[in-house]
Design a protein around this ligand. Structure first.
Ligand SMILES: Nc1ncnc2c1ncn2[C@@H]1O[C@H](COS(=O)(=O)NC(=O)[C@@H](N)CO)[C@@H](O)[C@H]1O
Length: 423
């Protein structure tokens, strides 16, 4: 959410961001509500001052004057009893609207209402020309006995998967490879729960807008997070860190859960879009400095590009449009990796900078050397998510006999140079 002071001083800039991001937030209603809250606060403060002065005067008054003052005090009390709850109601309404205010997108973001306005900025590697008819990832899995989609559907339902033999080991090898890349980059490895609290989802930005993507457990006592970012972003909620403790750089491997509501009919076969998947996440909490945020953005992006290059996969870099990046983003760049069977690139990584939008929601603050308190800036990115990346790895690195080569960088983790059929 934005700073209400910033909104008061820059209404046109905020209005432009609302328009560029295709939002329906009524800024005028928010500003009117803010005026009402300010006015009511001033009224209440005046009455409280009068009540204090009246109480002091009553304490010093002559007995014959005191009764009238005490009566006045009661009258003032009745006024406050009526005004204070009204202020709380108005403040709650204002906060709900503030939750819907957008971070202003960076000036380099393509302006447009949806992902058709995203721009390809770089391409790395070339899609392979096969000298034989390649198989898609589902056919490769079935040919080699590397999974069991039917039994997964039986035990878990739609959008689920079971991996077997070499492919199961390969998934774990890839996650550990990605985790080591993050540790080598100096990020602190964390294991975090996937069970999370509602306030963490509000702080992240998943709530209130995209509640339907999240599974709830125990009737909404807790929820299953769609990404470790939700938990990492709430780690320091409500704390005041010292500037010297920044930046906090975390990486986390966690199971991620998504209802994929609204994706009916899309990617229903195989490993591309499932309800439960694994992801090594990158997360940075840094001081409120745009240069520092931009540096971390580039660092996180280059780590992920390094991982895709180590996996010997062709990919492209996408600058995400204002309409596609979502409410809290200042900037978002996705990496899309080549899928031979679809003859197109598909998203495998998503790097975002949110300035202080999440920090204001989560209460992530730090004290600078002069003692001044600031909201921090946050960023996140995908290091590697399975099983989606397996689609690209199986299809791009397949041999005519149906075996699949393992990229050199991952061989030490997997233990072999190829995935071979399961018994
Ligand atoms: N339903 C899904 N099934 C499989 N993989 C998924 C699914 N949803 C997302 N992913 C993978 O997770 C990556 C990150 O998801 S994201 O929503 O785009 N971004 C985030 O979660 C951020 N926290 C950065 O990781 C995606 O690029 C994709 O590779």
């Amino acid at each position: 959410m934005l700073d209400i002071k910033f909104i008061r001083e820059n209404p046109e800039a905020v209005r432009q961001a609302i328009e560029k991001k295709g939002l329906t937030l009524e800024l005028d209603k928010l500003l009117e509500l803010d005026q009402e809250v300010q006015a009511l606060k001033r009224t209440i403060e005046k009455i409280q001052a009068e009540r204090n002065a009246n109480a002091k005067a009553a304490a010093r008054a002559k007995p014959e004057e005191r009764a009238a003052m005490i009566e006045r005090g009661k009258e003032i009390g009745r006024q406050l009893a009526e005004l204070e709850p009204r202020l709380r109601t108005l403040e709650a309404q204002l906060k709900q609207l503030l939750y819907l205010t957008p971070t202003l997108p960076w000036e380099g973001a393509p302006v447009g209402p949806d992902d058709s306005f995203n721009v390809e900025t770089r391409v790395h590697g070339n899609p392979r020309t096969f000298l034989f008819e390649p198989l898609d990832h589902v056919a490769l899995i079935e040919k080699n006995g590397w999974g069991d989609f039917e039994r997964a559907a039986k035990v878990s339902g739609s959008r689920s998967y079971i991996l077997k033999g070499d492919l199961m080991v390969y998934e774990q090898a890839l996650l550990r490879f990605a985790l080591d890349r993050m540790i080598q980059a100096g990020f602190t490895p964390m294991s975090v729960p996937s069970l999370t609290k509602e306030e963490a989802l509000y702080a992240h930005g998943q709530f209130p807008a995209a509640r339907d993507q999240v599974y709830s457990v125990d009737g909404g006592e807790v929820y299953l997070a769609g990404t470790a970012e939700v938990l990492l972003n709430y780690l320091h909620a409500g704390e005041i860190l010292a500037e010297s403790e920044l930046p906090r750089t975390y990486c986390a491997l966690s199971p991620c859960f998504r209802s994929e509501a609204g994706s009916a009919g899309r990617d229903v076969r195989g490993l591309m879009r499932v309800h439960q998947f694994n992801k090594v996440e990158q997360y940075v909490l840094c001081k409120a400095d745009l240069d520092e945020s931009n540096r971390w953005f580039e660092t996180m992006l280059s780590i992920s590009e390094g991982i895709l290059q180590a996996l010997e996969l062709p990919y492209r870099v996408i600058e995400v449009s204002t309409g596609d990046m979502g409410l809290g983003k200042y900037r978002q760049v996705d990496l899309e990796t080549w899928v031979p069977s679809e003859n197109r690139y598909r998203e495998t990584h998503s790097c975002s900078a949110l300035l202080d939008w999440q920090a204001r929601r989560a209460g992530l603050r730090y004290r600078d050397e002069r003692g001044k308190i600031h909201y921090a800036y946050t960023l996140n990115n995908t290091a590697l998510a399975t099983p989606r990346i397996l689609v690209m790895l199986l299809e791009n690195h397949q041999n005519e006999d149906g075996t699949v080569n393992v990229p050199k960088a991952v061989q030490p983790y997997f233990g072999k140079e190829k995935l071979e059929p399961s018994a």
